[in-house]
Design a protein around this ligand. Structure first.
Ligand SMILES: [Zn+2]
Length: 307
């Protein structure tokens, strides 16, 4: 079996939406690769993320190491603080339809990315449902149907958010870091919406870490793909791989194609998997730390119920 890779593209900011999406569409089209895009559609409050400096271990170090101002642009860094937060969704219909028309999957990456990232764990199911509903209210008229897929901002997921995904009729979520698809368990309850975790590290996590250059990252991803027994999921950001590191991302895709890697959209894999849901195990979700990422993210625990 050739190695299989799903490219999950997160759109967090207005800059990433307007500049990063077209850049990635071009890179993917030139290689006939179909990917899965997940868009935040509410206010771009990226500037508020700066306040994480005061609350989260590792954030300042990461900003410095990845040269965040160069990656994200100074304007983006002040949205929601010194500058008013612009709405990503304003005039977004044409771009969203272009993504879908090119054959890519399109799902939601929340309404207010920063609010979800920083406050999800203290939000009730009703509050989470409101965030989802606001994003769907914007998405649905643009595309003519509701979004079926969701990827959590900042890999933050909770019992409340998974219950809200089920109530919102979502087919699956991609909310956590892990190693294989599973049904998430919180306490005694196993949730019914399938989870497709991101299985590989991200470029922005490893860049500059121990002198890691983009070519080292590509070598690491290729090594992991060759060894993997199950399809892998790589998360990229329009602000990074569709921004200053777009050439490096294009090189990574070319190396993957040279090695015979097959690309898939997450939704297509989910439909295959859900033909035999009894074969998909449950696993707990816990908050954990990852090398190169500030703060904690939701991670897949050990598999509990083998098929
Ligand atoms: Zn994001």
């Amino acid at each position: 079996m050739p190695p299989r890779l799903g490219i999950k593209i997160d759109v967090d900011t207005l800059e990433g939406f307007r500049q990063g999406i077209p850049a990635l569409l071009e890179i993917l089209a030139a290689r006939r690769i179909k990917a899965s895009f997940f868009v935040s559609l509410g206010p771009d409050n990226s500037g508020r993320a700066i306040f994480r400096v005061f609350r989260q271990q590792g954030f300042l170090e990461k900003m410095w190491r990845t040269r965040a101002p160069a990656l994200y642009g100074l304007r983006t860094m002040f949205y929601g603080t010194l500058l008013p937060a612009p709405l990503i969704s304003r005039g977004a219909g044409e771009m969203l339809r272009a993504v879908a028309a090119a054959g890519h999957e399109l799902g939601l990456h929340g309404y207010d990315h920063v609010r979800w990232h920083d406050h999800l764990l203290s939000m009730s199911r009703e509050e989470v449902s409101r965030e989802l509903a606001r994003a769907q209210e914007i998405y649905t008229p643009f595309l003519g149907h509701a979004a079926r897929a969701f990827a959590a901002p900042g890999w933050q997921c909770s019992a409340a958010s998974r219950a809200a995904l089920a109530a919102g009729g979502f087919l699956y979520g991609s909310d956590t870091r892990g190693y294989a698809p599973y049904f998430p368990r919180f306490g005694e309850q196993v949730h019914s919406v399938l989870e497709i975790p991101t299985t590989l590290p991200t470029l922005d996590e490893l860049l500059g870490f121990d002198g890691c250059q983009p070519e080292d990252f590509t070598a690491l991803i290729l090594g992991r793909l060759q060894k993997a027994a199950v399809p892998q999921v790589l998360t990229v950001h329009t602000e990074v791989e569709g921004g200053p590191l777009r050439q490096e991302f294009a090189n990574l895709l070319d190396r993957c194609l040279d090695q015979g890697v097959e690309f898939f959209r997450l939704e297509d894999w989910v439909r295959e998997l859900l033909q035999e849901p009894g074969k998909i195990p449950a696993a707990s979700v816990r908050q954990g730390r990852l090398p190169g990422r500030a703060g904690r993210v939701s991670c897949q625990g050990p598999v509990e119920a083998e098929p």
